[in-house]
Design a protein around this ligand. Structure first.
Ligand SMILES: *Cc1c(COP(=O)(O)O)cnc(C)c1O
Length: 423
């Protein structure tokens, strides 16, 4: 099936007489006929639901749809994008291990990997994604467990050379994890270019209406963990908390997601509420239509801004003048995303004034939904970073993040026009 069809038809497939629409399994638990049956579930001898902290059918139907959209073999939902990225890394790295991360990732991910996971004993080396292969090679250590980056970085809009990063990671026997939130599987499938694991903040385009916070992890099934048992002991050696189950032996290509579910979800419990998964599923149905409109609108807004006399610079990979235009055409020929960043000739101070004059575009800590919105990362999402870290993250102090919605683009441009006229 093509993606537009998957978005509508996949996941919940009702049988004769069943509800047309995905039911919300609003239940903490599940009933069994015999004690023996329940016991087998706890030993992972049988698959089945027993407690919603680990798994819920509504969530699994939605995860299945996202899995098909990405072309993966297994997927799971999490309570947030942060939880997805945390689990994706923590599933294969523990105290004493090391990971490599692109400097341009989302501020929350930057904090997670460089501060919080550091307290858990996992060290992180931050690399410039545009650096030479020779320099990137230097970041690897014997205890490196993965490389982490974003397809299109939020908010720097740096386009990742996925193939280059996948080859680099694989030459060091570790997987490449790609956060594909901004591109969405409609515009890019990182697995086709060698990525091994994909994560999402479903809070953004997938939900698309700014209704629910959520995340997802998808496994391509391509990384051969069993080839490097000493590097990935959690997947390749017996798990004492399940009577010695070895995930790679028992679950094959499902090993990574099974472990993240039965171990991390069991112990850390970042499950998505089934109500939220239901709403996410509604959002997914129109994802291809919305992405097309987001990209077309953003292109028009970027071109308008680029031609405006008060605008100092515009960053949008869809612009021919953009540093990442060629990479964007390679990895995302249908379009990149609806997010633009730009700076004014009046600098950081003018950014604040422009935002206050906008009427249709709302100032919100959000991005990538149906409504046009605007944010100043240096004052908001990235305010924990010093100027040096900001520059490293590709976030200039004057950068305005403008998330173009799916309204009529003439209205969005008119709003910018009137605000620019007042500063
Ligand atoms: C928003 C975002 C996250 C964090 O997701 P939440 O759902 O807010 O927890 C992670 N990665 C990217 C690229 C994001 O845009």
């Amino acid at each position: 099936m093509k993606k537009e069809t998957i978005c509508i038809q996949s996941g919940w497939k009702p049988k004769n007489g069943e509800p047309r629409i995905l039911p919300i399994y609003q239940s903490t638990t599940y009933k069994y006929e015999t004690s023996e049956q329940m016991g087998r579930l706890f030993d992972l001898e049988e698959s089945g639901y027993f407690y919603t902290r680990l798994q819920n059918p509504t969530n699994d139907y939605v995860a299945q749809k996202i899995c098909e959209l990405e072309g993966g073999v297994a997927a799971m939902l999490t309570s947030s994008g942060q939880a997805a990225n945390y689990y994706a890394v923590f599933n294969i790295a523990e105290a004493g291990d090391h990971v490599i991360m692109s400097s341009t990732v989302y501020g929350g991910t930057f904090n997670l990997l460089t501060c919080t996971m550091k307290k858990m004993g996992i060290e992180c080396t931050v690399v410039d994604p545009d650096d030479t292969l020779e320099n990137l090679e230097k970041a690897f250590r014997d205890n490196t467990k993965c490389v982490f980056a974003e397809t299109i970085a939020n908010p720097a809009l740096v386009v990742l050379d996925i193939e280059k990063f996948a080859n680099l990671a694989h030459s060091h026997n570790v997987p490449l994890i790609v956060d594909n939130t901004f591109a969405t599987p409609i515009n890019c499938n990182p697995f086709e270019w060698g990525a091994d694991i994909v994560t999402h903040s479903t809070t953004k385009y997938m939900d698309g209406h700014a209704m629910t916070v959520g995340g997802a992890i998808v496994d391509s099934g391509n990384f051969d963990w069993a080839k490097y048992p000493d590097k990935f002991p959690g997947l390749c050696y017996p798990d004492e908390s399940y009577h010695g189950v070895t995930y790679t032996e028992k679950f094959g290509k499902g090993a990574y997601i099974t472990k993240a579910t039965v171990q991390l979800m069991r112990d850390l419990g970042s499950i998505q509420a089934p109500q939220n998964a239901f709403l996410l599923n509604v959002g997914l149905e129109t994802l291809p239509l919305r992405m097309e409109r987001h990209c077309a609108n953003a292109q028009a807004v970027a071109e308008f801004l680029e031609a405006h006399e008060k605008v100092a610079w515009v960053n949008y990979p869809g612009l021919k003048s953009n540093k990442y235009h060629e990479l964007a055409m390679k990895y995302m020929p249908k379009g990149t995303c609806g997010v633009i960043s730009f700076g004014l000739k009046g600098g950081r101070e003018a950014a604040g004034r422009l935002m206050d004059k906008l009427q249709l575009a709302a100032i919100v800590t959000h991005v990538a939904d149906a409504r046009t919105c605007v944010l100043h990362p240096a004052s908001h999402t990235h305010r924990q970073m010093n100027d040096e870290q900001l520059i490293e993250a590709g976030v200039a102090p004057d950068l305005i993040r403008f998330s173009v919605g799916i309204e009529n683009v003439e209205d969005i441009i008119a709003d910018l026009e009137q605000a620019l006229a007042q500063i």
